[in-house]
Design a protein around this ligand. Structure first.
Ligand SMILES: [Zn+2]
Length: 354
């Protein structure tokens, strides 16, 4: 009776009853609950991944609804945190699995704690900095992760498997897998510094994110099941020009991460962080100490300076000069600003955490 909901998936020869049990006992983290992340969470929740951890730093907006399939207009009006809104929706779909929302930015200070106990990490983020961090964590902990990205009508995805989550049927496993590249083997670190197109400038089709994330979810299931069918190489797709390409990637034998073990992003120290958000006229400020704050007392103090709207997870503040959203971990997204110094001064004036 318990497994009945998975009957059509169990009937598929690649999965079967044994495979289904393996899915039910696995833990998967999805980092970023946007266009890619909502598709991943939707598929993997229904497929019966036993424990899904959804990590996202942002809240739902109307421009998300065209492609972020787990959100409603009400979520956008109430500015619900994406991780929470997605888990609330999915609980109604499958109450037999564990759904864990994490409203936080993934960074070097919290990655060990946030990814504790996961078997597989799925990248659904919109920036290189977080991907390099995930890559280093995965190489160090020998836990597989899957990269994916989408823009316009294009999408790409690639599996990064290391010794213990790779095809364990192969003899002398570690030697075979030592030829597998990591992300830094072919993407230079200064990639994150270059000016790139975003969803806001190049646009994005829900079909591209849906396709890239569906392939990524399929590979996730294969990796969990140790399937010999697990894909290798970088897959790029363009749905508008009908191009599908799989590019073989070699390991760089001078790679600073998987060869030299130099974990630059993992070892970055804290301090207040100021980041422009992808495709938005907003800047995020993260204080060094991300300890939970009492939003209610902030609401009381800030009510003297402007208009407040708050829920359990976030506080919206608006006055004639500025607008920002404050999160429980002390982070704030300052809206309608371009200049980092200006954003920082708004943060210091109204929030003032260090
Ligand atoms: Zn490497």
């Amino acid at each position: 009776m318990f497994l009945n909901r998975y009957a059509r998936q169990i009937a598929f020869s690649g999965i079967g009853a044994e495979g289904q049990n393996k899915l039910l006992t696995s833990t998967v983290a999805i980092i970023g609950v946007g266009a890619l992340g909502t598709v991943l969470a939707n598929i993997l929740c229904r497929a019966g991944i036993g424990r899904l951890r959804l990590i996202d730093r942002d809240y739902v907006e109307f421009t998300n609804l065209q492609r972020q399939i787990l959100f409603t207009e009400e979520d956008a009006i109430k500015r619900r945190p994406k991780a929470v809104a997605a888990c609330e929706f999915l609980k109604k779909v499958n109450s037999e699995i564990v759904l864990e929302p994490v409203v936080s930015e993934l960074n070097s200070g919290n990655i060990t704690q946030i990814l504790d106990g996961v078997d597989l990490v799925l990248d659904a983020v919109d920036n290189w900095e977080t991907r390099f961090l995930i890559n280093e964590w995965s190489v160090k902990n020998k836990i597989a992760w899957i990269y994916s990205a989408a823009l316009g009508s294009q999408g790409m995805t690639m599996n990064f498997c290391y010794n213990n989550s790779d095809n364990s049927n192969t003899p002398n496993n570690s030697a075979v897998n030592s030829n597998r590249p990591c992300l830094r083997c072919f993407i230079p670190a200064d990639q994150s510094q270059t000016q790139q197109q975003t969803c806001a400038t190049a646009g994005i089709l829900a079909m591209s994110t849906g396709t890239a994330a569906s392939i990524q979810a399929t590979e996730a299931v294969k990796i969990i099941l140790n399937s010999p069918a697990t894909r290798e190489g970088l897959l790029t797709i363009d749905l508008w020009t009908n191009r599908f390409k799989n590019i073989k990637i070699d390991r760089d034998m001078d790679c600073p991460v998987c060869v030299c073990g130099n974990y630059e992003y993992l070892s970055r120290s804290g301090g207040m962080r100021v980041q422009k958000l992808c495709g938005r006229n907003s800047i995020q400020i993260t204080p060094e100490l991300q300890t939970p704050i009492d939003l209610e007392s902030f609401a009381k103090t800030l009510a003297n300076a402007g208009k407040i709207e708050a829920n359990r997870y976030i506080l919206n503040f608006t006055n004639d000069e500025c607008q920002f959203v404050l999160f429980q971990d002390g982070r704030a997204i300052i809206e309608n600003v371009q200049d980092e110094t200006h954003a920082k001064s708004i943060y210091n004036e109204f929030i003032g955490l260090r």
